[in-house]
Design a protein around this ligand. Structure first.
Ligand code: NAD
Length: 555
């Protein structure tokens, strides 16, 4: 079944209003799948890899071609079923049903580890879907930028009087997700040193204006950082190197680092470069002996995390940025790996309690003016939200679009459906030149079970309960989403997460309005009830005030 697509390197979603499919719901899925693999968006489009180590949009080129072919003929009362990136069936459903249902990387509990996964993947039976890679709503680094901006903003409020001016953040990983870190830090007025073993990633982030400069070596990076810190000037510096060597070295030198985190692909030991292995040897060694490579990567991660703990002991604000590096270091025998917290319990949980999370949309027209119009509409819709206005203004000025123009902002329960309905009206009136795809990351308030990240340290100990994301997918399917997905292992790796996604197409029709008002209410509603159920008082208040029904609280 594996075939090489002749245009694998030049996939680009169609733009404009001409349909290639029988309706906009299918057309939206087609364009967003293709957009995920656009060379401007995907990290390795030739391998169908979108981001996050090996997160793919389709199993292989044969499967990709078959999905595209099927979407083009899929009727408005049919649903395409995709099993880990391979289209496996078309079923007669009805117009309220999703046009596509996807299940990615799911494994039965006892088999849910990388070893089993890789063996099944090698047999061609599955693929790694990450979060938005296999569910066709990845929008490049901007997607993570908002979340990262929020997180660093929260750090600034908690420890540095509301601004990162005069501070240095040390981090690693400038990939699809991690590439947002330098801009998120400078948007909060701070200085960042960002380490990556791959200098092409550094160049790419500079090209996209997410990163300011590349340092020649470690001493150069540090002197640039100290100069900017002292001047209170924002600056982001890319430094080529292995974090497992650079972090301990900077600690040893007594570098004045205030904040430390990391976004290498630590969730997958084969995607983390161990000390002593060169970039050139990486893929070959990992493929030849994955067991030994994993051991070496874990040993290096332990040195990397040990240095992070050292910075914490020296007074820095240190947090895990959701890549599971603490657990990998623990597996290598480093006992203090969990001495610093994950970013969700440390900073994000209160936002999740009110159903807030990464709401996003992409203009299927391909016209940046459509996004400008939606930015204005959001500001008008939520005139009182200054934080949101600040973000939208900066995003409008600083974010270079990758692939189809898109925008993200964090909206909560009672807000998202208002935005969705407004957008749908704008499509209907012709104010927007074509429909929008409206979706979100799986890293949301009620769509993920991930004990090392989104559900770390839940109040009632329910961190590993995975019923919530499954209910989330079921409710979105029942509410009229255009495509819905259930994944395993995204973000933090195999065995560590279960999560769900949804995307709706706002095509300007009455039917789309009906669907949008339900999906964009019920989806964040899952976040509110999940946190009410876990005993969070603020979530209970939000539920009472905004009318979210929770049977166990009704008497
Ligand atoms: P990616 O694979 O695109 O990028 C990882 C980067 O790490 C690459 O550029 C690689 O060269 C670099 N790297 C690997 N080993 C290194 C080492 N030893 N030293 C320095 N650099 C090294 O991955 P991504 O999409 O950027 O995701 C990064 C991680 O963040 C993943 O584990 C992902 O699951 C996690 N993640 C976190 C969040 C969050 O909200 N915090 C969201 C999504 C993903």
């Amino acid at each position: 079944m594996t075939s090489v697509s002749p245009d694998a390197h030049s996939i680009r979603a169609p733009r404009g209003t001409e349909l290639n499919c029988l309706g906009w719901q299918q057309e939206g899925a087609l364009r967003m799948l293709m957009n995920n693999l656009d060379a401007e968006v995907a990290e390795h489009p030739e391998d169908l890899v979108v981001y996050g180590g090996t997160g793919k949009a389709a199993r292989n080129w044969g499967a990709y071609d078959a999905i595209v072919r099927t979407l083009k003929t899929l009727r408005n009362d049919e649903t395409l079923l995709v099993q880990s990136g391979k289209p496996v069936g078309v079923m007669r459903t009805h117009e309220w049903a999703p046009r596509v249902l996807l299940a990615n990387s799911n494994l039965v509990g006892d088999w849910a580890n990388w070893e089993q996964f890789r063996s099944l993947e090698a047999q061609g039976l599955t693929m790694y879907g990450q979060m938005t890679a296999g569910s066709w709503i990845y929008i490049g680094s901007q997607g993570i930028l908002q979340g990262t901006y929020e997180t660093f903003g929260a750090v600034a409020r908690k420890k540095f009087g509301g601004t990162l001016a005069g501070t240095i953040t040390l981090t690693a990983g400038l990939g699809g997700m991690g590439g947002a870190q330098p801009l998120a830090v400078t948007m909060n007025d701070g200085v960042a040193i960002c380490v990556d073993v791959d200098k092409t990633r550094i160049g790419r982030r500079i090209d996209h204006r997410y990163l300011d400069v590349a340092a020649m070596d470690l001493d150069h990076a540090l002197s640039l950082a100290i100069e900017a810190k002292e001047a209170g000037r924002p600056l982001s510096i890319g430094l080529e190197g292995n974090a497992a060597e650079v972090f301990p070295r900077l600690l040893q030198m007594g570098a004045p680092i205030d904040i430390v985190t990391d976004q290498t692909s630590a969730h997958d030991p084969l995607a983390y470069l161990p000390v002593g292995v060169s970039m050139e040897e990486w893929r070959e060694l990992a493929a030849k002996d994955p067991g030994q490579f994993t051991e070496r990567a874990r040993w290096s991660m332990a040195r990397h995390v040990e240095a992070m703990v050292g910075f914490m002991d020296a007074g820095a604000e240190v947090f895990d940025y959701g890549n599971s590096i603490r657990d990998e270091a623990r597996k290598a025998g480093y006992e203090r790996a969990f001495d610093f917290p994950g970013f969700v319990p440390a900073h994000i949980r209160p936002l999740f309690e009110e159903g807030l999370g990464p709401f996003r949309w992409a203009a299927l027209s391909g016209d940046p003016k459509d996004i400008e119009a939606t930015d204005r509409a959001i500001m008008e819709l939520f005139p009182e939200n200054e934080h949101l206005h600040r973000w939208l203004k900066m995003a409008g000025e600083r974010v270079a679009f990758e692939g189809l123009p898109a925008r993200i902002c964090w909206l909560g329960y009672g807000e998202r459906h208002r935005a969705g309905l407004k957008f749908n009206e704008m499509v209907a009136s012709g104010e927007l030149s074509a429909p929008l795809a409206i979706g979100r990351d799986h890293l949301d308030s009620g769509s993920v079970a991930s004990p090392y990240r989104e559900t770390e340290s839940m109040l009632d100990g329910s961190d590993a309960i995975a019923d919530w994301p499954l209910l989330n997918a079921l409710v979105n399917t029942s509410s009229g989403a255009s495509w819905v997905s259930i994944h395993h292992g995204g973000g933090v790796g195999m065995g560590r997460s279960v999560h769900a996604g949804q995307v709706c197409i706002a095509d300007g029709t009455e039917l789309a309005a009906e669907k949008l008002s339900r999906v964009l209410t019920n989806d964040p509603g899952m976040g509110v009830i999940r946190h009410v159920d876990a005993g969070y008082e603020y979530a209970a208040e939000v539920a009472r005030e905004r009318g979210v029904r929770v049977p166990m609280a009704e008497y």
